[in-house]
Design a protein around this ligand. Structure first.
Ligand code: SF4
Length: 123
């Protein structure tokens, strides 16, 4: 099914193979950079989740500026947790302080920060 927002999708104007890298060491960094400029990123993310949930629930390829691995970890609760981690980081709290406050491991804090930094660098 095609939706009106798809007419504005930047990936429709680039090489589709960028979104489905295959093999060890392959990644969708170039695709994720394109996504950061895309005007329909929220619609894309919702669409990808709906389509994948309706099939086998697994995440494939890069959509909406996120890798398949990042999207597979995403739930409403993790989205809110990640938002809080980034907010507390901006306030100057250490990973240990944030972990204690949000009841998550320091490793989770570090990973969320790294993912966020990677998205910022791709922008
Ligand atoms: S955000 Fe979605 S629609 Fe936009 S370029 Fe990325 S994959 Fe394509």
């Amino acid at each position: 099914m095609k939706y009106e927002w798809m007419d504005s999708a930047l990936c429709a104007q680039t090489d589709p193979d960028l979104w489905y890298p295959e093999g060890p060491g392959q990644h969708a960094r170039t695709a994720l950079r394109v996504c950061t400029q895309c005007p329909v990123r929220p619609e894309c993310g919702e669409y990808a989740q709906d389509v994948e949930d309706a099939s086998d629930g697994r995440r494939y390829g890069a959509w909406a500026g996120m890798s398949a691995n990042a999207r597979s970890r995403q739930t409403p609760a993790t989205v809110e947790r990640d938002r809080q981690i980034i907010s507390l980081t901006a306030q100057g709290l250490s990973a240990a302080e944030i972990g204690a406050r949000l009841d998550v491991t320091g490793r989770t804090v570090v990973r969320v920060r790294a993912d966020h930094r990677q998205q910022q660098e791709a922008a």
